[in-house]
Design a protein around this ligand. Structure first.
Ligand SMILES: [Zn+2]
Length: 280
């Protein structure tokens, strides 16, 4: 039998003490970690959220994130090989006038805050009709505005076309067309030819037909025929009042969305608002 070993507690403590201490520290740290929500790791975040929530309650004001920009598509008709119509001398082409007006409308709309403008073309390029609709539909645009010019052996003035068989927010198309016509009349046009539905120059059987961009865009849309290229008077008006017409078109659309409570200059558009249920 060997001699009885005496446990040297002082040595045990010296050797195992630090290890024990380390284990205790680790356990405390792990336990604390379990209680933490990674999303609220910073106590400052939790505090600021509480403050902003109480501010919301008292002011009943939704946070800025509950708003978005108003999305407007401006569609310059024709382009590239598709010249559209022309004047009698064939020295002036619709695609160029449409682009000039569309770019001026873009400038006018750019003066409003919280508005995103999407152009289907900004240069003299061909854009397929379906592509124009896709651009608007993919962007979930709020309104679609197609700008064209007219032609005929006789006649002059402005007409605005809307979808014939639209449902739901159909009133919004009509209202947009009416607002635009009213604002253009204030600038001065040779003739108000009215708000029209469907498609120009179609037979009775095809009455339900519509301009392609009115038919295949999901949002309220209208197609403005900004006077006749075959009318000297309309061409003169177009050239001398181009910027006034552009301001009027932009002003009309913005007045409509403001009147309807869709948009405010302060916030833009409530994120929950949508017009994409218009077409049946
Ligand atoms: Zn056209």
């Amino acid at each position: 039998m060997g001699r009885r070993r005496r446990i040297r507690w002082d040595r045990v403590l010296i050797v195992f003490g630090p290890i024990l201490l380390l284990i205790i520290l680790l356990c405390v740290k792990c336990h604390h970690g379990d209680d933490e929500d990674p999303g609220n790791a910073d106590p400052g975040t939790v505090e600021s959220m509480t403050v902003s929530e109480s501010a919301q309650d008292s002011a009943a004001q939704p946070a800025q994130s509950e708003y978005r920009d108003l999305v407007l598509v401006v569609d310059a008709g024709h382009g590239g090989n598709d010249t559209g119509t022309n004047n009698q001398a064939e020295t002036r082409f619709e695609k160029d006038d449409n682009l000039r007006l569309s770019l001026a409308v873009e400038d006018a709309l750019n003066r409003y805050p919280h508005v995103q403008i999407i152009m289907t073309r900004e240069t003299d390029v061909y854009v397929d009709l379906q592509e124009r609709c896709d651009i608007a539909n993919n962007a979930n645009a709020d309104f679609f505005l197609s700008l064209h010019r007219n032609s005929a052996s006789a006649g002059n003035g402005v007409e605005i076309w809307i979808n014939n068989d639209s449902a739901g927010d159909v009133a919004m198309d009509k209202l947009m067309a009416e607002y635009i016509m009213e604002w253009l009349e204030q600038v001065g046009i040779s003739n108000n030819r009215g708000i029209k539905k469907g498609l120009r120059n179609t037979s009775v059987e095809a009455e339900s037909e519509n301009y392609y961009v009115n038919r295949f865009t999901n949002m309220p849309s209208c197609l403005v025929e900004m006077g006749f290229m075959t009318s000297e008077l309309d061409n003169s008006n177009f050239d001398t009042k181009l910027n006034e017409y552009a301001d009027a078109i932009a002003g009309a659309v913005m007045e409509l969305v403001t009147d309807k409570g869709i948009y405010t200059e302060q916030h833009g558009v409530p994120a929950s608002w949508s017009t994409t249920t218009r077409k049946g």
